[in-house]
Design a protein around this ligand. Structure first.
Ligand SMILES: Cc1ncc(COP(=O)(O)O)c(C=O)c1O
Length: 373
């Protein structure tokens, strides 16, 4: 067995989390297997109710993944061909994919250089008569400035879908993400702050009609077993995944606090390196550190040094969406969104998970300290 002092430190350690909750997970999975109601089992509605309450929202509708959550929310809000939807250039591609999936056009805006999120001013400037909706992303677990964004959206009569895939439990001005927009979408991809053991997602809303529309769309447009009110899709939340999520939902507050404590330790230890920029918490924001993202002009050298030393690092994301080949038809070029482009070249995600030990953290910091920029 490898000496713990030289054992690689992963970016995320899902096995450590599983080991900590194994008996409860096994019991929940056994319960599903024993009942054998694999589709729309009682675990699904139980989780939906508890997750809505966790978000301080009225309704949650479980779906197959976070991308479908966005697509179905847009569809239920009747966004479609000819419509524009505004989102940020530095997010995961799924945010924009969903806009294209409903036949609408993504319109990118640049982000706040300190907190990496959409700004109300950026949103306001991008609105045209074709704009139907905006999708602010709570990137890395940092909540976007929702009060200001909702204010613009209300004045300009556009809908808001929060992409909260990375921000379960985050809050802004004391109000949970998921409770601000017309709808909010979550991914439960395994590495998320609340992660399933496969693909899963949810849409959260305070609008009962919207929740009902999404519930219908996710299940073949069904009103009843053999009555299809509209053409939908098959994107239900699996009963097995709901059972896993039900167990993990009880721990997510504690895990988010552990993530915040890890971030505070990184902040304290890494502040002395003038060649690093550390993540800033937005005023009034409760960041839940899905990722701890530093910036450095020497990013490539630092990334190689950490990888070569067995420290797992990531880049979220190295190519902003406006420069992705998939969006070449939008006609963007380098220089269009300078903050997003600068971030793409300088950001680095460090190991971040609730179970990371003091020793592991110390090793990450010592390895960074040994880098000669
Ligand atoms: C910001 C953002 N939006 C949407 C998604 C899509 O979620 P999923 O992978 O569950 O489809 C992700 C997940 O990686 C994400 O990070």
């Amino acid at each position: 067995m490898r000496d713990p002092a030289t054992r690689p430190i992963p970016l995320v350690d899902l096995k450590a989390q599983y080991d900590a909750i194994k008996p409860e997970i096994r019991a929940a999975i056994d319960g599903v297997l024993d009942r054998s109601q694999f589709i729309n089992g009682p675990e699904v509605s139980d989780f939906e109710g508890r997750f809505a309450a966790f978000c301080d929202a009225g309704f949650a509708v479980g779906v197959g993944n976070g991308t479908d959550a966005l697509t179905l929310a847009l569809k239920a809000l009747k966004v479609g061909p000819g419509d524009e939807v505004i989102t940020t250039a530095n997010t995961f591609i799924a945010t924009a994919e969903a806009i294209v999936a409903v036949g609408a056009t993504p319109v990118f805006v640049d982000v706040d250089p300190a907190h990496f999120n959409m700004t109300a001013a950026g949103l306001s400037a991008a609105i045209t008569p074709k704009t139907r909706a905006a999708i602010p992303v709570h990137l890395y677990g940092q909540p976007a400035p929702m009060a200001e964004i909702m204010d613009v959206a209300k004045r300009r009569s556009i809908k808001v879908i929060e992409d909260a895939a990375q921000a379960h439990g985050a809050a802004r001005d004391g109000k949970r993400v998921g409770s601000w927009g017309d709808a909010a979408t979550f991914s439960f991809y395994p590495s998320k702050n609340l992660g399933a053991y496969g693909d899963a997602g949810a849409v959260v809303t305070n609008d009962e009609d919207l929740a009902a529309a999404i519930r219908m769309l996710r299940d073949h447009g069904r009103a009843h077993k053999h009555l299809h009110e509209c053409v939908g899709v098959n994107s239900r939340l699996d009963t097995l995944q709901a059972a896993v999520l039900g167990v993990k939902l009880g721990r997510v507050e504690e895990w988010n606090e552990a993530r915040r404590a890890v971030a505070a330790k990184y902040d304290a230890a890494l502040g002395k390196f003038p060649w690093l920029n550390l993540p800033a918490q937005a005023p009034g924001g409760k960041h839940v550190y899905h990722l701890y993202v530093i910036q450095s002009d020497r990013r490539e050298g630092l990334r190689r040094h950490l990888s070569d030393s067995g420290i797992g690092v990531g880049i979220h994301y190295p190519v902003p969406l406006h420069l992705q080949p998939a969006f070449r038809t939008l006609g963007h070029g380098a220089g269009d969104f300078p903050v997003s482009e600068r971030l793409a070249g300088s950001i680095l995600s460090l190991p971040m998970y609730p179970e990371i030990s003091e020793k592991q953290l110390r090793r990450v910091v010592q390895t960074i300290a040994a880098f000669n920029p």
